[in-house]
Design a protein around this ligand. Sequence first.
Ligand SMILES: Cc1cc2nc3c(=O)[nH]c(=O)nc-3n(C[C@H](O)[C@H](O)[C@H](O)COP(=O)(O)OP(=O)(O)OC[C@H]3O[C@@H](n4cnc5c(N)ncnc54)[C@H](O)[C@@H]3O)c2cc1C
Length: 401
Amino acid sequence: MDFALSDEQRMVQQMVREFACREVAPVIRDYDRAQEMAPFILPRLAELGILGICIPVRYGGQGMDYISLGLACEELEAVDTTLRVILSVHIGLNSLGIFQWGTEEQKQRFLTRQARGDKIACFALTEPAAGSDVTGIKSTARRVGNEYILNGEKMWISLATKADNALVIARTNPEMLDPHEGLTAFVVEMDSPGVSRGDIHGKLGVRAGSTGWIAFQDVKVPAENRLGEEGEGFKIAMACLDNGRYTVASGATGLIRACLEASVKYAHERQAFGREIGKFQLVQHKIAWMVQSYEAARLLYLRAGWMKNKGQRNTRETSLAKWFATDASFQAASEAIQIHGAYGYSDEYEVERYLRNAKGAMIYEGTSEIHQLMQAGYALEYRHDNPLRCELPAYDEDFWQ
Ligand SMILES: Cc1cc2nc3c(=O)[nH]c(=O)nc-3n(C[C@H](O)[C@H](O)[C@H](O)COP(=O)(O)OP(=O)(O)OC[C@H]3O[C@@H](n4cnc5c(N)ncnc54)[C@H](O)[C@@H]3O)c2cc1C
């Protein structure tokens, strides 16, 4: 594995960093306080091509590789988690799902517009009574002629009120003995009659982002909007999570870096007992630990990105990268607040927002406990990945450009 970045990858990194630092960093505290997404964010991400960064040019994207997606996520979350969440759901959980499982017609209809940022996409798996245990999904899609009639409620959906298209997992066959088998994936257009949605307020973190609920009441979904085969919904959802988790891992790596940079700066500025606090070994211990966590998290996500580029199955590696980076980012934010003392406890400094934002990533896209179960399952050989009917395509420069 060669993780030296190409000129193109460095260019992406630089462009995304400049956007986040110049345009978002100065206003993010106000939007976090107001619990609103800044209205310029989605249009600017679209304009800069970031919403289709790793999608082939023929499908409206920028034609970059999967490592470029990770680098963009790292830069976005180093400023605010809500920016990275947009890429997680719009690209990781939705657009790459359509790229992997969609027909050519679906790619032309949905992916192209999403990659250009003309349409915003979200991913609706979780329900009020079904989170980690997807088999608890109660939403139903009943086939009637050339349509499915969709009923049910989805909860905790990022971009619920911003999205034009949602990738929805619903039960098409309640009779199946194995409840994983009766699920099917659909691309649902959010302006369809019978769709209602709203935002969830009072969240601990990602306050400058959008998280909401979506209800479906007798929504007519054309059969051509079904992604994959009937009964493939569980496999499709898990494949989408392989891509979403990669963006969470790379983003959380950026959050660790932000904690480290803020801590180093403050440790130089703040004086106690006649010297800057960076001179104290206990403060150094925290900073050294952040360096270690950042470097390890970065290598783990780069390995997963490299495997995606090669077209290799990476469920195990991506889960490990996500679990490690999100737990470490929460710990790094907590230590960063400790280094900042009382000032870290107020939103005058960024680190308290980092802590609130970091907690969510230990819950969504597989809780830390679910990732521990997965890692133990692989180690004990209880868990194996079978080949998928549609694998995520390996990065191929000729095809992508
Ligand atoms: C900010 C935010 C954004 C989100 N965005 C989306 C989105 O865009 N789309 C979407 O579909 N969902 C989204 N979610 C939902 C998220 O994916 C779920 O919250 C997550 O899967 C956990 O499900 P749950 O909250 O129902 O917790 P539960 O599954 O009820 O788990 C509760 C606790 O029990 C533990 N637990 C459960 N099962 C086991 C087990 N077998 N062994 C050990 N411990 C276990 C969990 O680890 C957790 O600690 C989002 C959530 C948040 C907070």
